[in-house]
Design a protein around this ligand. Structure first.
Ligand SMILES: [Zn+2]
Length: 442
């Protein structure tokens, strides 16, 4: 058995001879000197063997870890030869050298790339002992290459789909026309979700019809026809896009989005009450209505201690607006729990009544939306779609954003979402070839 050929294989390189291996036991570092095989050097223009050697060029390359030796360097002697047919000298072609990042082998790039599917570029740069900016660039390059291989699994169930937008960032408006125009404009990413598979199929920037249409380009014409139910927000542009692209789909406004909207309405009331409490120096209410408490007040599954429950009861007794708003949210949940459409209509009618009596603007505008899309909301009652996966994916995206300490690059953010929550990773796309040769991005 030829051990040097095995080491060459482990390194993911080809057509070389090992001349020397230096091991530095103290810091588990290795330096491997390899030379290109004279018989395997070909002219990059005509592909024939060189007639003579012009010179040997030394390159230093990062190589994948070998066992416990994490820091492996290759000192590579590459040949520059003279080709008689082309009458010129050129450097011999090497596939396993990374085409874009010359200081590394393809194997190293793929090992680092797979790590970056799971953890941040920063973390990978520490493990692989490289520059973090270089790792970031490599990751972008790799995701762009992989995008051309992105295919949905053949047996994927697309009968139930969901469109969901996630907040990307808020940009400051530079040219504000008046003091009443918004200071910040939020930017969104639209994700196309297959809840049955628990994956994000594709995404696009923005949250208009065009964004959802772009996200749906990942579906084949047949798959588009096979969509039976499409869960969305009460957002007209999405509905327009779905009607056009998936004519067979029943558009349903699902519970997740409904609850999101009513919680937003509640939050508007909470904010104004918080301001009022601050103005009259009511420290108890101010503390209870702080922004970070907004979910505790309306969360249905919040586990509260006895003392916390008491505090909330005290707040409800003291503040009529909050008490009524909380009741509105609770009552709305009750309506959504109804199993039949007539039952739902009955409870909702009473909810509308309550809404009119309180005259809270945020709830009134929510009620108006509900009326406009009542057919779609009732679709939820009959279909009983579960939204657990969408919530789970949204959570995952939030964690992803936190891990990267926020994203400033939209493309990078969108691709990372596809990588972590979709099919843009080596588990779905076979990238074994990347260990030896990298294709160019399209
Ligand atoms: Zn030639």
């Amino acid at each position: 058995m030829d051990f040097s050929s095995i080491i060459i294989e482990f390194l993911g390189i080809q057509d070389v001879v090992i001349e020397d291996i230096k091991r530095f036991k103290k810091d588990l570092r290795a330096e491997i000197r390899v030379r290109q095989k004279r018989s395997e050097c070909y002219c990059s223009k005509c592909g024939l063997q060189f007639s003579s050697v012009k010179e040997w060029v030394l390159k230093e390359l990062k190589a994948p870890p070998l066992g416990i030796y994490q820091d492996v360097k290759i000192k590579f002697w590459q040949m520059r030869g003279y080709c008689e047919d082309c009458q010129r000298t050129s450097i011999a072609k090497v596939d396993w050298l990374h085409p874009r990042f010359e200081g590394m082998t393809c194997g190293f790039a793929e090992v680092a790339g797979r790590l970056m599917e799971e953890i941040t570029c920063e973390a990978v740069s520490r493990i692989m002992k490289t520059d973090s900016k270089l790792m970031w660039n490599l990751d972008q390059y790799r995701m762009q290459v992989m995008l051309q291989f992105l295919r949905l699994p053949k047996d994927i169930d697309v009968s139930y789909l969901c469109a969901d937008e996630v907040h990307f960032r808020s940009v400051k408006n530079k040219a504000r026309k008046s003091i009443f125009s918004k200071i910040y404009t939020p930017q969104f990413i639209t994700n196309l979700v297959a809840p049955k598979a628990g994956k994000i199929l594709f995404n696009a920037a923005g949250r208009d019809s065009a964004a959802l249409t772009t996200a749906m380009t990942v579906l084949s014409p047949g798959q588009k026809l096979a969509v039976e139910k499409f869960a969305v927000d009460m957002h007209e542009p999405f509905m327009v896009a779905i009607k056009k692209e998936c004519p067979n789909a029943k558009i349903v406004v699902d519970r997740f989005h409904l609850v999101q909207k009513i919680n937003e309405a509640f939050d508007k009331v909470r904010r104004s009450e918080f301001k009022k409490a601050r103005e009259r120096s009511d420290h108890f209410q101010e503390g209870m209505l702080e922004p970070h408490r907004r979910f505790v007040l309306v969360a249905r599954d919040a586990v509260l201690s006895k003392s916390e429950e008491k505090l909330i009861d005290k707040l409800r007794l003291a503040n009529k607006e909050i008490q009524c708003s909380m009741l509105m949210v609770e009552y709305f949940h009750k309506a959504l729990d109804e199993k039949t459409v007539p039952g739902f209509r009955k409870v909702l009618a009473r909810w509308y009544q309550l809404c009119r009596n309180t005259r809270y603007k945020p709830f009134l505008s929510f009620a108006k939306l509900l009326r406009k899309y009542r057919k779609n909301v009732e679709g939820y009652i009959t279909s009983r779609l579960t939204t657990a996966t969408i919530e789970g994916l949204n959570n995952k995206i939030k964690v992803l954003r936190r891990m990267g300490y926020g994203y400033t690059n939209e493309t990078s953010y969108m691709r990372k979402i596809l990588q972590r929550c979709g099919y843009l990773n080596h588990l779905s796309i076979n990238t074994d070839q990347f260990f030896f040769k990298w294709p160019n991005p399209a």
